[in-house]
Design a protein around this ligand. Sequence first.
Ligand code: HEC
Ligand code: HEC
Length: 160
Amino acid sequence: MSTVRFILALTAMSVAMSQELPDGEGKELLEERCAGCHSLKPVVSLQQGQDAWKRLVVQMVGYGAQLNAKEIDVVTGYLSSHFKGSATAATPDTPEEKIAKRYIQGICSSCHEAEVILSTRATKQEWLDIVTRMNGMDAGVSQRDVELLVNYLATKYGRK
Ligand code: HEC
Ligand code: HEC
């Protein structure tokens, strides 16, 4: 590739990236602290109210994102002003969702990055096959919870 074309390609890339995230207080924090486990794609494709964003950011801190209380507010403020959704209160997780999330965070994420799951789109049967295969590698999802986890994954990361 010629130097000029290389530079053009780089410019196009950075334009595409900066288009994804609008400027504002919290943008850098987000880029620094939120892109370690997965890309920012799931972030920019969500639109929701402030309560829901706060809950998500706190959840990510539980997963290991490095943010103190003030930074949580800054990131939440940035997200809820740029990726707005309806202001309806966040619906709390159902008990099933809580269990599924615990598996994803505690077990699935011990072997590979969250991106592996976030970037997969699969039908319920395919998720069942994946979870069964992961269990073959000692993921250890109890038989009782396989269906619950598969339902969660197929709903959230189903084929579009
Ligand atoms: C330590 C690893 C880690 C870090 C750091 C992290 N995440 Fe996540 N993130 C995850 C995992 C694991 C999931 C999948 C959780 C699930 O589906 O229950 C996820 C899922 C998500 C999703 C999709 C969830 C949904 O409900 O659609 C969004 C959006 C997200 N993260 C945003 C963020 C933001 C914002 C930050 C920074 C505050 C962040 N993440 C930092 C691990 C991380
Ligand atoms: C003991 C380590 C380990 C655990 C625990 C684990 N995985 Fe995996 N996972 C792997 C390896 C290794 C691969 C890549 C090789 C493969 O696909 O067989 C993989 C690949 C994947 C893929 C890529 C898609 C595909 O069809 O291969 C997905 C999605 C996935 N895992 C989801 C999960 C989920 C969901 C869990 C939690 C129930 C989980 N993994 C737990 C080791 C693990």
